[in-house]
Design a protein around this ligand. Structure first.
Ligand SMILES: NC(=O)c1ccc[n+]([C@@H]2O[C@H](COP(=O)([O-])OP(=O)(O)OC[C@H]3O[C@@H](n4cnc5c(N)ncnc54)[C@H](O)[C@@H]3O)[C@@H](O)[C@H]2O)c1
Length: 433
């Protein structure tokens, strides 16, 4: 991970080197310098305006080195590929733009949509928040099932406009985000860039599209923050986020309300509860516990105040995928067109959890049994870095609206995860991730 990137766009200032004052400039040197500067600037201008398939430079140029990198796009062959991937192949199928398609949830959702005959186009910037080779492997997996992932950033207006011009998406499944609670203390601006600025950019494009797509997007159980009423219901307060990540997801919910209210966009937010499974995220506890147990490293087991148990409502990826598809299938059409609202549109928020919180120590015991290795447990106090001690979803709303009913318990789901993990990384002794 590149930690040398200045965290605030445009704030990075170089100090003037002291030796600069020692130079005495002659007039001719100055004229030469001016001449070559003009030539150099001219070349830069020509370079940017001559290349139609390169998106314009972003205002977030510090982030661009890491995540706004845009590979070339455009041209007839590229458009053909986009169209083919997004083409609906079943009666009453949808045409879905899946952002974050090279991510954990995005890959599973895109594959499931493709399997049932929907048109699917992926979009992902392949950033290096965690090992990009895992994202590339997911990309290869989707490629084999006919899903093309365009490499680009959700802040790239020209690219998004082009995608909607090439294909009229009926739905957007927006899963691209800067995830992770703890990393927000290290790189706060990446959360603003993807979860706030990127979301607004995407909604701007969607509200201008004709027809407007219905948008289904990933919020998070983290919006419940310091809420103590359990199980968490969609009606509970969400105004006490415990991390910047949670705050950006909460902001997303308010932003969604605005676009629904002003432009008639149909918007559905999904609050996922600790999703796990094959092709998962290496920054999540179940994943790096598996790696560290296999490598004989100690693993931190957090406990809440007064030796309280830390527990999570772990939700298996297949159950989350069913929830995403249920939300897509019950999403009503947006009512606006070309940026103008024509009537009230649907606005929903659902919990997608498992309704069965499990202590993290129990998660470790299951992993020990599956891996046949004893973990080196290091019990520690839960640090105040954004994690909450407990999550527990009330899922009755999703059950009522689209029959959401999780069916995989933690033991069964982890077994599938471990099988995948060992198949992908070997028995864990080699390599790191
Ligand atoms: N996995 C969970 O337990 C969980 C829980 C709650 C909410 N969520 C949310 O669900 C969604 C999917 O999560 P995930 O676990 O698959 O995470 P992930 O990190 O595996 O996937 C997100 C993908 O989005 C891409 N991305 C990030 N910023 C982007 C940008 N600006 N432009 C284009 N692509 C960008 C990343 O490269 C990544 O591939 C996220 O919105 C996340 O916040 C996940």
């Amino acid at each position: 991970m590149n930690n040398n990137i200045p965290s605030t766009p445009g704030k990075f200032k170089m100090d003037k080197p002291p030796y600069i004052h020692r130079f005495r400039w002659h007039y001719s040197s100055l004229a030469k310098l001016t001449f070559w500067s003009v030539v150099f600037l001219g070349l830069i201008v020509v370079f940017f305006f001559k290349s139609p398939s390169t998106s314009p430079p972003s205002p977030n140029s510090d982030l661009s080195r890491r995540s706004l990198k845009t590979t070339s796009w455009g041209g007839p062959a590229w458009e053909k590929r986009v169209r083919s991937s997004a083409r609906i192949r079943s009666p009453n199928g949808l045409s879905v733009l899946v952002t974050g398609a090279a991510g954990f949830v995005g890959t599973h959702v895109a594959a499931a949509l493709k399997r049932r005959g929907d048109g699917v186009l992926g979009l992902d910037n392949f950033n290096d928040y965690y090992d990009p080779s895992l994202k590339r492997a997911r990309q290869a997996l989707l490629e084999r099932s006919g899903v093309y992932i365009v490499e680009g950033d959700i802040n790239d207006v020209a690219l998004l406009n082009k995608l909607f011009e090439v294909n009229p998406f009926t739905h957007v499944m927006h899963l691209a985000a800067q995830a992770g609670v703890r990393y927000a203390m290290e790189n706060p601006n990446s959360y603003v860039h993807s979860n706030i600025a990127g979301f607004v950019t995407l909604l701007e494009i969607c509200k201008n599209a004709n027809p407007q797509p219905a948008v289904i997007w990933a919020s998070s159980s983290s919006v419940y923050g310091l809420n103590t009423k359990v199980p968490f219901s969609e009606k509970d307060r969400t105004d006490q986020p415990a991390s910047l990540y949670a705050a950006t997801k909460k902001a997303g919910e308010e932003i969604a309300h605005t676009y629904n209210h002003i432009y008639g966009l149909s918007l559905t937010g999904l609050r996922f509860f600790t999703v796990y499974g094959p092709w998962g995220r290496p920054d999540m506890a179940y994943f790096f516990f598996t790696r560290d147990i296999l490598k004989g490293r100690s693993i931190p087991i957090f406990e809440a105040a007064n030796h309280g148990t830390v527990a999570r409502d772990f939700t298996y990826i297949d159950d989350i995928v069913k929830g995403c598809l249920g939300a897509l299938d019950t999403a009503e059409k947006s009512t606006g067109s070309g940026g103008k609202k024509k009537g009230d549109a649907q606005l929903r928020v659902f919990n997608l959890g498992n309704t069965s919180p499990v202590p993290v120590s129990e998660l470790v015991s299951i992993l020990e049994r599956l891996l046949k290795v004893k973990a080196k447990r290091k019990v520690m106090k839960l640090p105040r870095n954004g994690d909450v001690p407990f999550t527990h979803a009330n899922i009755s709303f999703a059950r009522r609206e689209f029959g959401y009913k999780p069916t995989t318990d933690l033991q069964t789901g982890l077994k599938k995860f471990v099988r995948w993990y060992v198949g992908y990384y070997g028995s864990g002794k080699k390599g790191d991730h």
